[in-house]
Design a protein around this ligand. Structure first.
Ligand SMILES: Nc1nc2c(ncn2[C@@H]2O[C@H](COP(=O)(O)OP(=O)(O)O)[C@@H](O)[C@H]2O)c(=O)[nH]1
Ligand SMILES: [Mg+2]
Length: 237
């Protein structure tokens, strides 16, 4: 860090640009991520990210209810401790395996590769990876996914895409979740979409609520399309 660290600034508000010392670790991660892609050539892999509590597990449960009859879905879910989310998803009829990261704030590709040895990958159409709740660290780790989907709940404030730009820059889709709460919170979908697109002009945006069903049909259609595309791509190779 530069000599004029925050301490030397006294109590003044400021910002310090830190050197990135993790690049070599990420190269190793990317190598494993490519091995995952190679192994699951015809499986559509979706890395689902967000802060804790934005509604990832609830969305997986709802998606399972709607799509399990037409495709084979499995979920790998990461949390620092407990298997609570995997239990919730199994109760909803999904094949789910918990990855306990032992306190780590993100999932790394090697954790996915290890987990794959514990699930039957034969015939899977769609593999969800529910990442550890965190808008920062998971953004740096490629898990071999085809798409990264980031939820941002209306209760979190519409200023997050610019504060955590890498998460939104590396996501193909932003789901504005808990839309049922929009009448009660200071959050506008227009502002969050504008900020997210200034970070990543390509990002798609969908507004959803698992409570009242808003946007869930569109979300399921998006998934159907991506699964179809992945299978077509694998068949053409
Ligand atoms: N109002 C509202 N609450 C939701 C919605 N989706 C999830 N929740 C609630 O938000 C809390 C956190 O959800 P969860 O799925 O565990 O979030 P995760 O930590 O991102 O996996 C739970 O109490 C859910 O019932 C939604 O669409 N609307
Ligand atoms: Mg969860």
């Amino acid at each position: 860090m530069a000599a004029n660290s925050p301490k030397s600034l006294g109590n003044r508000v400021g910002s310090v640009q830190c050197d990135n010392t993790t690049l070599h670790l990420l190269k190793a991660n990317d190598f494993v991520a490519n091995a995952i892609r190679e192994r699951l050539k015809d499986v559509c892999i979706i890395n689902v990210c967000s802060s804790p509590g934005s509604g990832k597990t609830t969305l997986m449960q709802e998606t399972g209810k709607r799509l399990s009859s037409e495709m084979n879905i499995s979920v790998l879910v990461g949390d620092p401790e407990t298997d609570r989310d995997a239990v919730r998803m199994k109760d909803a009829g999904l094949n789910a395996l918990q990855i306990v990261t032992g306190g780590m704030c993100h999932i790394e590709a090697q954790m996915i590769l290890q987990a794959l040895d514990h699930i039957d990958t034969e015939g899977i159409d769609l593999l969800f990876i529910e990442n550890v709740g965190n808008l920062l660290c998971p953004s740096a780790f490629d898990l071999g996914e085809d798409y990264r989907v980031t939820l941002l709940a209306t209760t979190e404030g519409d200023d997050k895409p610019k504060k955590y730009p890498r998460m939104f820059l590396t996501s193909e889709l932003m789901l504005v979740s808990k839309a049922d709460l929009l009448p009660y919170v200071p959050f506008t979908v227009e502002n969050v979409t504008k900020d997210a697109r200034e970070v990543n002009p390509e990002i798609e945006v969908l507004t959803i609520s698992t409570l009242n069903g808003e946007g869930i049909d569109q979300w399921c259609d998006w998934l159907r399309e991506k699964v179809k595309e992945k299978k077509a791509k694998a068949a053409n190779k």
